[in-house]
Design a protein around this ligand. Structure first.
Ligand SMILES: Cc1cc2nc3c(=O)[nH]c(=O)nc-3n(C[C@H](O)[C@H](O)[C@H](O)COP(=O)(O)OP(=O)(O)OC[C@H]3O[C@@H](n4cnc5c(N)ncnc54)[C@H](O)[C@@H]3O)c2cc1C
Length: 646
């Protein structure tokens, strides 16, 4: 399957035209949809599973060698030996050999009536044999074991699924989710036997008897072994290529093996010693490799990388929806695990430092896509949302559920540039179909980028991780300013008593001494000018140096710093007449800046009504913040002149 994804991407990025490609496959058919193999039991002809017809390869200049097995790689001569096609030379070689079923080393696995479950030929053999059977056992209660169990059940056999672990799908599911899955599977009439390790298989007439270490034997008409998979890395091993700790051809993020002319993708590849048994990551690898090969053929640097991080899978097992998102349960040891079991569903969240890092669902889960975006964007969830999840099984309330598509046309989406949902819909109707095109035609998301995922939602594309540099600093500084400014506005200081002064050696020296006052005053002015300069990063569209969010964070911190400067310079006294006007305008400017900062740092964290209100209010607060700034230069100038003059 990875080979087909690779060819498709090479065709799309134009590299297939420039390359002379030969595909070698030992199976008698070209690439087919292994994921839907089970449908063959229901009468779907094998040819319907082909991912592309044979003509497709011809039309795209791909030489197809089916029924041909690669038997060795001579890396020094850059040649692959094949059976029965002789030697094939290469400039670059891609290994996409997939996996083989793991067959436990016990007696009887080669008896008649014992099968594995990986290829169309396996299915044909199982189907033919099942015609004379009434009972069957599947050894293995993982993804493929349950698929096989379902297939046998569909063939009207009485099926038993035998699993060595305490629950079904032990690699993916926690105990509660596995319990629900078992209940659902058993309600279909399939028997599940947990904590049973088969010790040997024995022929008894037409029957196969499965013996267990500590339980009664199980006598059935046929057995399907589905005890896991192992990467097919034998070609790579024999050729002296590096392999991963758990097997598999070791590759870098660029999918390159220890030989720069040999690459590997799919289930046979090991990235950072991790192996992949689902088709999603195999396709991602294939696409990254295709982009790198395309770049290489044009003499460009290879920049595409496969990231093994968050993965998502959604399987329909015996009619039951099973979803896993983000980190597998075994890799989230530090996470707190929240489980909600409801009517016909069991949902689990793994939460690490306020972020959902993984999720497992058995049964219906309407929030699945949204959670997937949340995990991919590495966004925080609030304690309130987690409590709601434990109470109701939903992370978001109904009012938070409204997608950006349902927002009113006048609702602000990009609060930096005041772009509304209506503006974006117009752009969509005018032909902008991707977040990038929307950004280009409306400007939305080009300043702070916090609304990027709303654009993704409008284009029906998955969310992306949005940079959050400086947002924490902005929020901290804004909250500080919001708390301190009202105190400074309300507080009226009185002179220190002489006794205090002599004890503390003149604490009011800073705002009584002329030289000290000048030093603190000009320092305050310098900090204010610096903060002003940084805000130009937003207004001057040509000035694109550095990350906007970082600049804005620094602007907020400097703004909060001017409050400290204000206290040091004035001793918290607002003075009289023009000095009072200057002090009041300065504090009001800070207060509005603080409110804008809180809104800017919170709007992308909040969804629903609150998020929308903040997006609507932020441009107004920003405008008021800017208007209030304008009288300040005149007031400051007058203040300086009056100090020297009088
Ligand atoms: C029954 C079944 C159900 C599945 N259901 C799901 C599902 O619901 N969701 C999901 O995400 N994944 C599912 N999978 C897994 C998914 O099919 C695999 O992840 C995917 O096929 C891996 O693609 P690949 O190209 O790496 O390997 P493969 O598709 O196995 O392709 C490798 C090919 O290389 C050939 N080959 C190997 N060695 C040689 C050699 N020396 N010479 C020539 N040819 C060779 C093999 O014969 C094979 O045809 C399922 C798998 C099975 C078997």
């Amino acid at each position: 399957m990875a080979t087909h994804a690779l060819l498709q991407r090479l065709r799309r990025n134009g590299a297939l035209e420039r390359l002379d490609v030969t595909v070698i496959g030992e199976e008698p058919r070209p690439c087919y949809d292994r994921v839907n193999l089970t449908s063959c039991f229901g009468g779907v002809p094998p040819d319907d599973l082909l991912l592309s017809p044979v003509e497709w390869y011809r039309e795209n200049g791909v030489r197809l060698r089916t029924g041909v097995r690669a038997t060795g790689i001579d890396r020094s001569r850059r040649a692959v030996s094949t059976d029965p096609h002789g030697e094939i030379r290469y400039d670059h070689l891609v290994l996409a050999t997939g996996s083989r079923p793991f067959v436990p080393p016990i007696d009887g696995v080669d008896l008649p009536g014992v099968f594995v479950y990986r290829t169309i030929d396996d299915i044909e053999a199982i189907r033919q044999h099942a015609g004379i059977c009434r009972t069957a056992a599947v050894l293995g209660g993982g993804l493929l074991g349950l698929e096989a169990g379902k297939a046998l059940y569909n063939l009207s056999l009485q099926a038993h699924v035998v699993e060595v672990a305490p629950g079904l799908m032990p690699r993916q599911l926690n105990a509660e989710a596995a319990d629900l899955l078992r209940e659902e599977v058993e309600s279909l009439g399939v028997s599940v036997h947990l904590l049973r390790r088969a010790s040997r298989l024995e022929q008894d007439g037409a029957k196969v008897v499965v013996h267990f270490a500590r339980h009664d034997p199980l006598s059935v008409d046929m057995v399907v072994i589905s005890a896991g998979i192992r990467p097919r890395d034998e070609l790579a091993r024999d050729a002296g290529l590096e392999v991963g700790e758990r097997g598999g051809v070791a590759v870098s993020g660029a999918l390159q093996t220890s030989d720069p002319r040999v690459w590997a993708v799919g289930e046979c590849a090991s990235v950072d010693n991790e192996l992949f048994g689902l088709v999603g990551p195999c396709y991602e690898m294939a696409e990254a490799l295709a982009d790198n090969l395309a770049a290489m053929t044009q003499g460009n640097p290879m920049s595409a990388r496969f990231h093994s991080g968050a993965s998502a899978s959604r399987l329909k097992l015996m009619g039951v929806d099973v979803s896993t998102l983000g980190k597998p349960i075994g890799e989230a040891a530090a996470a707190s695990v929240l489980v909600r079991r409801g009517d016909g569903y069991c949902r689990t969240l793994m939460v690490e430092r306020g972020r959902v890092v993984g999720a497992i669902g058995v049964g219906d889960w309407p929030e699945r896509e949204r959670l997937s975006g949340l995990i991919a964007a590495n966004r925080r969830v609030s304690q309130r949302q987690l409590r709601r999840f434990q109470r109701t099984g939903a992370v978001w309330s109904a009012s938070e559920g409204a997608s950006v598509m349902e927002w009113p046309a006048a609702a602000t989406v990009c609060s930096c540039l005041g772009v509304t949902r209506g503006d974006l819909t117009d752009a969509l109707q005018a032909g902008a179909g991707t977040p990038e095109q929307l950004a280009e035609s409306t400007g939305a998301s080009t300043v702070c980028g916090s609304c990027r995922n709303l654009l993704c939602a409008l284009c029906d594309q998955p969310e992306v991780a949005v940079g959050a540099k400086g947002r924490g600093a902005l929020l901290g500084a804004s909250v500080f300013a919001a708390l301190v400014t009202p105190v400074l506005m309300a507080y009226r200081p009185s002179r220190f008593a002489d006794t205090v002064q002599s004890a503390w050696r003149r604490v009011d020296f800073l705002w009584q001494d002329d030289v000290a006052k000048q030093v603190t005053g000009y320092t305050l002015l310098a900090i204010s000018l610096l903060a002003l300069l940084l805000s130009l990063r937003k207004r001057l569209t040509r000035f694109r140096l550095g990350d906007f969010n970082l600049w804005r964070g620094v602007h907020g911190v400097l703004g909060a710093g001017t409050l400290v400067g204000f206290v040091v310079h004035t001793g918290m006294s607002l003075g009289h007449n023009f000095t009072f006007a200057l002090g009041s305008a300065f504090l009001l400017l800070n207060l509005l800046g603080a409110a804008t900062g809180v809104a800017a740092s919170m709007e992308s964290r909040l969804t629903g009504r609150w998020g929308r209100s903040l997006r609507a209010w932020r441009p107004r607060l920003t405008r008021a913040h800017i208007w209030l700034f304008w009288p300040l230069p005149a007031l400051v100038l007058f203040h300086i002149i009056s100090v020297y003059y009088y």
